[in-house]
Design a protein. Sequence first.
Length: 367
Amino acid sequence: MTIRDKRQQEFADRWLNHGRFGILNLCPRFGKIRTTINILNKFEDPHILIAYPDNKIKQSWIDEFELMGYKNDNIMYTTHRSLGKHVDVWDIVIIDEIHLLSPAQRDVCKELFDVNVYILGLTGTLSKWTRRDLRDELGIEVIASYPIEKAIEEGVIVDYEITVIQVPLDNQVIQTYTKKNIKKTELQQFNFLSNQINRMMYTGANTMFHRLARMRIIQNSVAKLNKTREILRNNPDERILVFCGITRIADSLGIPSHHSKSKDKEAFNKFAEGEGNHMAVVKIGNTGVTYKPLNKVIINYFDSNAENLAQKINRCMAMEYNTPDKKSHIYIISSDKDVELKWLQKALEFFDKSKIKYVENSYICNN
């Protein structure tokens, strides 16, 4: 029995011996579904409700059940969004990626929890704010945690290093902004919007639309796009997954991309299974997908959500038993603007600060 197997059984027992109600906060790549199977084996033909944020995660459950030989004809699969259709009595309710429940979905869970006794919440990235909200609104708390650094120490996932590459916004390429066809560089437009926001805050005006417009500049950044291309050019033979904020950037990298508008859906599945070296994704691929080993992850866009960023980073931390000394490399492309750097500092709360380095734009990524 491996240390992973022992820990999976240990956390299953923790839940079973804690009133069978609570959250297991187990770092990504650890094996939360196998931990759950250890729990389900203690029930006799249970009627199970399993909820998850999107249907890609459903397939992960089905595949893992089949792989581990767990058979049960009484499983209802549903998304977080459709939980309201299944407020009924179940032998066990499993809320996967519980940290992603929206306020409205948490309201539905209140009703579901009122009529059920055994509730298992699963997550791999739970911020202190979400943890507080789940406790206060649903009365459910974390009963066991397996953090990233402990998993690395025990050889369950690989070690990592994060390089934050700070690039100045482009001040040469003229772009068109707003319906008035204003022509400016991205730096000029960013500074214009920042000045507008500061003035509006002084007068108490609503700055939401200006902040969103400024965020879109960062999502569309030419400077960040060029730095991402450079890393890909310097590492043609490495398996690299790139997370982008919008489809235009993903489609401009010169590599296969996958998003809601993609015509070739099979290319992404093949990449996840180990075919091909480079793939760009938008708003998908950071939860519910298991990738054959990756060498690097590039994060072209992020916000202040620590849970989302941690899920992306952990995509390349799966242990390869034939190369146990492997270290995963994560490159985060950030502008040098304070607003984005503040998002980043908040978003990196799950990670060891000694493993994060900040470099200037001149840094060439080639390991």
